[in-house]
Design a protein around this ligand. Structure first.
Ligand SMILES: [Zn+2]
Length: 178
């Protein structure tokens, strides 16, 4: 365990620990004063490059703890994302945020359905600020529109048999245990 996760785990009974993605910071509402808020280096970079608001910057400096997840949790999350088929819809920033939430056993705050899907598969508790959160974990597959072959890999760009265009299709789903 990292120092950060020790700290978070030790305080979990007293205060809630959240991991925030970019939108959760940009749209930051009032998190409870005693809650512990984390995010990652890539999120801060994205905020500073894309959003660049004083409010977000102030939030970063006054409220956020910035931590990078370890290799083990990052690899584990990547594996879950490949399994579900969400890997093509998740950015390095998304994967980093998910990995940190897993590592800290924190509550993930995100509006992103692919991230929520992985959180559901990985046993990470999640909340969203505006949109209703997803209730089912979905596993996706890629099917060729021309010959109907289901791709063996979930990050394929085209059909391995005929080179046809692939569509994303729901393969199976199950309710997320809460
Ligand atoms: Zn094909």
């Amino acid at each position: 365990m990292t120092e950060a996760s020790d700290r978070a785990a030790g305080r979990k009974s007293a205060a809630e620990v959240f991991v925030l993605d970019t939108s959760a910071i940009y749209n930051a509402t009032d998190y409870p004063a005693d809650s512990i808020l984390y995010s990652t280096p890539l999120v801060v970079r994205e905020l500073r490059r894309v959003y660049r608001t004083e409010r977000a910057e102030l939030f970063v400096q006054s409220r956020l703890r910035i931590t990078e997840p370890g290799r083990a949790s990052s690899e584990w999350i990547r594996k879950k994302a490949v399994e579900s088929g969400d890997i093509t819809r998740l950015s390095p920033t998304d994967l980093e945020v998910l990995s940190l939430a897993k590592e800290l056993r924190a509550v993930l705050v995100t509006e992103d359905y692919s991230m929520q899907n992985i959180a559901g598969a990985a046993g990470i508790e999640f909340r969203s600020l505006y949109l209703p959160p997803i209730k089912d974990y979905v596993e996706w597959e890629l099917k060729c529109m021309s010959c109907g072959t289901v791709s063996a890999t979930k990050d394929a760009k085209e059909c391995m048999i005929c080179g046809g265009k692939l569509i994303t299709r729901r393969r199976k789903s199950r309710p997320i245990k809460s």
